[in-house]
Each structure stands twice: as C-alpha cells, then as structure tokens.
Design a protein around this ligand. Sequence first.
Ligand SMILES: [Zn+2]
Length: 228
Amino acid sequence: MSYCSKCGVSLSATEAVCPLCGKRIYTRPVNTPRAYPLTCEAVPLSSSRTALMGLIILLFPALCCFAVDILEDRFISWVMYIWGGEACFYTYVFLPKLFNKPKTSLLILASSIVTSGYLFLIGFLSGSGQWVLPLGVPVTFMSGVMTFAIYRIINIKKASQLLKSAVIILSAGLFAMAVELVIDMYLYGAPTFGWTLPVLLPLVCISAAMFYLEYDSELKKRLLRTVF
Ligand SMILES: [Zn+2]
C-alpha cells in the first residue's frame, strides 16, 4: 500500500495521479534495487581519534591545575599528583585505543609500570618513599598478574562457569596470601600469615566444593533441582 505524499490518501498500485489532490505519483518499479539502504550504519569515531580526544580532555584540567598551583605557591607542588593520576588514567583508558587489537598482557604490563611510576612520584613528593619499592611496586605487579590470570580464566572456552569460578575464588585466596607475605616482609622481615588464613580457608573450602560439584554431575543436577 502506498500513500500520496501531499494529502496522505491511500493509493492503489496502478494510479499515476492522486484521485483526491491531483498530485502526480512516482512509483518505483518492482524488482529495482533501492537507491538507499534501509538502515543507517553509524560510523564509529576512529580509535586514534578517541585517544587524541582523551589527551585533549585530560590536558584541560592538567593546565588549569598547573595555573592554580603556580599562582598559589609560585612553584609546582601538588599539581604533580594530578598529572601522575591523569597519566595513569590515560594509560588505563585511552592508550589501548592507539593500537589495533592490543595484547591484554602488554596493556596490563603498561598499566602496572605507570602505576608503579605514580607510586614513586607520590613517595618522592611526600618525602617518605621507603614503602614504594618493597611494598607498592610488588603489590601493583601482583595485582597486574592477578588481573591477567582472571582475564585468561574467563576466556577459557572449554571450561564451565562453575569450574572457572572455582579457579578464580582459589586464586583470590592465594593472591590475598601473597599480598600479606609482601606486607609482612616489609613490616616484620618474616612471614606471619595472620589475617590471610581466615580469608584463605573459607575460599579453599568453597572452591573445593565447586570442584567436587563440577565432577559429580548427578549431585549438581539434584542440587539445581532443589534450589530452582
Ligand atoms: Zn493526494
């Protein structure tokens, strides 16, 4: 069914002129391809342009804070914290846009390096940077490794959700333990494993139960039937 473009009356397929208002009707012959596509395809902003936009957006607060800092103190003081934070943010969010299909491992490595650099800067500016190398940097890199491990586990195609969750829960417990080891070495020079044991034990139990369920499909089905 077609309609007159002037008065809107419905028209039969054979009409060449609108019977109501007399407007000439132009009909598209059947089987001719459309001059325009039915749907519009949105052209995304190119990735490198997004990265450039990010730089411009971050440059604005960086320069404003610099101006305020200089006017206030006559020298650069707290604005370095802002710059460091912005450098981290740029690395986390916009740097990946500069590359075509960047490797996750390299992105996490770059983020860990920049975060460590920021910690060094904070240590330097606050005049108490003894904690950065023995504490801040190892925890940052360990977090990077943990993030990468979770990313890899989630992307394993053959494993079930239950199995992946079990591995992630177990690794979270081990990660907490490793963090405590670094803190203990920094504070006391020897491992104490005080607060991680109450964290690790329940996680190991939950993870073990999930592993068991994964391999006992009968029990898994029965449990699902009982719960849902
Ligand atoms: Zn008409």
